[in-house]
Design a protein around this ligand. Structure first.
Ligand code: 6GU
Length: 226
């Protein structure tokens, strides 16, 4: 999978992808992430990419020309399956969306700043709008990092234990069960017997029960979803 990201703050995206699982996904050649500094397509020598909004009011708006020129140029090299704008008024991201996006080949992510991007870029270019939750971030970069991480770890071959994503929280609209490691007795607080007895069928049953219980008590809304 190839993911291109248009941003005014490429520095913000250097850290998240260069460690751990995202780093390994790239080293294995399963994922390519390229950030593109929007200022490369600035309209003048002042590196301008934003301007005051028509109608007045505080806050700058990211201009059409730099974004359109950036997208046009990137589209010459690749056909994108989705052009995604990260925005608090987008559709709330979840595991199902991550699963669906992990099946695509080429994604283009656009990170907004200030008051957002000119509406005409949204109507003419953007094919999908994603929010990561009901709160406002100062820019789309951290949201992009989250979306890329959630997608990247689902690509076949990325996780060491190929099956482990299957047991993640949310994969069946269920939360993950509790997990334990050594010691079996921590200050008198003991690991459940069933996990120590080595019967894989009983372990699987226990984990499923715990998943259900956790979901019922913490996220009953998940059990109502289709
Ligand atoms: Cl995708 N962007 C910004 N700026 N704020 C957000 C968001 C995205 N999702 C939730 N809040």
């Amino acid at each position: 999978m190839n993911i291109d990201i248009i941003t005014v703050l490429p520095e913000l995206l250097e850290g998240p992808f260069n460690h751990s699982i995202m780093k390994r996904a790239q080293e294995k050649g399963l994922l390519t992430i390229q950030t593109h500094n929007l200022r490369k397509w600035a309209i003048n020598k002042h590196m301008q990419v934003d301007d005051y909004q028509f109608g007045g009011g505080a806050g700058m708006v990211m201009m059409c020309e730099p974004l359109a020129n950036a997208i046009d140029e990137l589209q010459e090299a690749k056909k994108y399956d989705e052009i995604i704008y990260l925005t608090p008024d987008g559709k709330t991201f979840n595991q199902k969306a991550a699963n669906q996006l992990s099946l695509k080949n080429n994604l283009l992510l656009i990170c907004g700043h200030y008051k957002g991007i000119d509406e005409r870029i949204r109507s003419q270019y953007v094919t999908m709008e994603i929010s990561i939750g009901d709160y406002v971030l100062s820019g789309g970069e951290l949201a992009a990092a989250i979306v890329v991480d959630a997608i990247g770890r689902l690509l076949p071959g990325v996780l060491n234990d190929e099956t482990s994503a299957l047991f993640d929280s949310f994969q069946d609209n269920l939360l993950a069960p509790p997990v334990y490691t050594r010691p079996a007795d921590f200050r008198g607080d003991k690991v459940p017997d069933v996990l120590l007895q080595g019967d894989p069928k009983k372990v699987a049953e226990w984990r499923h029960e715990q998943s259900l219980l956790r979901t019922k008590t913490r996220r009953p809304d998940l059990l109502e979803e289709e």
